[in-house]
Design a protein around this ligand. Structure first.
Ligand code: TRP
Length: 333
């Protein structure tokens, strides 16, 4: 039997190249190897965005369109929305009973985000309990592996502690899940900072070719090379070159390095070449997206079918959970 993988993403709307190379390419690989559950964490989005819940449905649609466009395949993986499976709320509640507040208060993400998002009041019960909900998401499907970025490691660690506590207090219902850290290539945004929607430095998967060209041309190159006649050092100093490395073949990269160091290739020409390589790579993604957009119900139907599969699993898990809680010595089930 294939092992299970579960991962979720908050519905942040349109995804960018950072998501593609960081998360989605990894999900795509995993869907061939594991039984995968990928879901939209819309309740998690509420923990920080409870003032604007009306934005969430459209963000879900945009995000799932991007998943499908890059090749996340509903025939291979189960795709669903968290809030469609009410069992997550029940399990969250039960896990909250056994989770010490001190574990949550020392969670580094909690402390950091409360500091960083000062404009929002995050002194809420729901925000403190964010990792408890995440634990419920994960163990509901008895996932073995959870592909996440380093920023999410504390949450997976908490999930493991909560799971052990549940298994110890009641009955061994859940496998203790493990994080699956993927190698994520460094992908800076247009200005050199991490690519992020909130920095306004992103190339979105749904940007049309003209927009990609325009954006790539604004990318920062080697700041110590103000004129074409100055020699550059792309591997050490050029921000754009991080993208070249993802989109151009190895031999061409070597030529570019030489030509740049010898001041024979200018940054404008070099970025034009990059833009065209990105566009070639994105063309099939855009085509799939356009195809999907033609059918207004496509995303909704896929998520509905995914919810059915997910729900069947969740219902089964919750019946085991209730058994474990209320008849802890029952041997007969
Ligand atoms: N917290 C995750 C993030 O912000 C999203 C998430 C929610 C998640 N539930 C999950 C990820 C369960 C993995 C498993 O990226």
């Amino acid at each position: 039997m294939k092992k299970r993988v579960l991962s979720g993403m908050r519905p942040s709307g349109k995804l960018h190249l950072g998501h593609l190379h960081g998360v989605l390419s990894n999900w795509k690989r995993l869907q061939d190897e594991y039984e995968c559950f990928f879901f939209v964490a819309d309740w998690h989005a509420l923990t920080t965005n409870y003032e604007n819940p009306h934005e969430i449905p459209e963000n879900i649609n945009d995000m799932v369109l991007d998943w499908l466009a890059v090749g996340i395949d509903p025939e291979k993986a189960t795709l669903f929305i968290q809030s469609d499976i009410k069992e997550h709320a029940e399990l969250h509640l039960l896990l909250s009973m056994i989770t010490p507040v001190s574990w949550l208060e020392r969670n580094p993400t909690y402390k950091e985000q409360k500091e960083q998002l000062k404009e929002k009041d995050l002194a809420t019960y729901g925000f403190l309990g964010y990792p408890v909900l995440q634990a419920a998401d994960i163990i509901m499907y008895k996932a073995h592996k959870v592909p996440v970025g380093v920023d999410q490691l504390p949450h997976v660690e908490l999930t493991r502690e909560i799971t052990r506590r549940f298994n110890y207090l009641y009955r061994e219902v859940f496998p203790v899940p493990e994080a699956l850290l993927a190698h994520v290539p460094k992908l800076p945004g247009l200005d050199g900072r991490k690519m992020s929607k909130s920095y306004g430095n992103s190339i979105f998967l749904s940007d049309p070719p003209e927009e990609v060209r325009k954006k790539v041309m604004t990318m920062v190159t080697d700041i110590e090379r103000p004129r074409k006649s100055d020699p550059g050092d792309p591997e050490k100093r050029c921000i754009a070159f991080n993208l070249h490395k993802l989109y151009l073949p190895q031999e061409r990269l070597q030529q570019i390095v030489e030509q740049c160091k010898e001041a024979r290739l200018g940054c404008v020409a070099c970025k034009k070449e990059l833009a065209e390589a990105i566009i070639d790579n994105m063309t099939p993604i855009w085509q799939r997206r356009a195809e999907l957009e033609k059918d207004e119900d496509a995303v909704g139907n896929i998520l509905r079918q995914g919810a059915q599969k997910a729900r069947a699993n969740a219902v089964k898990t919750m019946s085991e959970v209730r058994q474990a809680l209320w008849s802890r010595n029952a041997e007969s089930d």
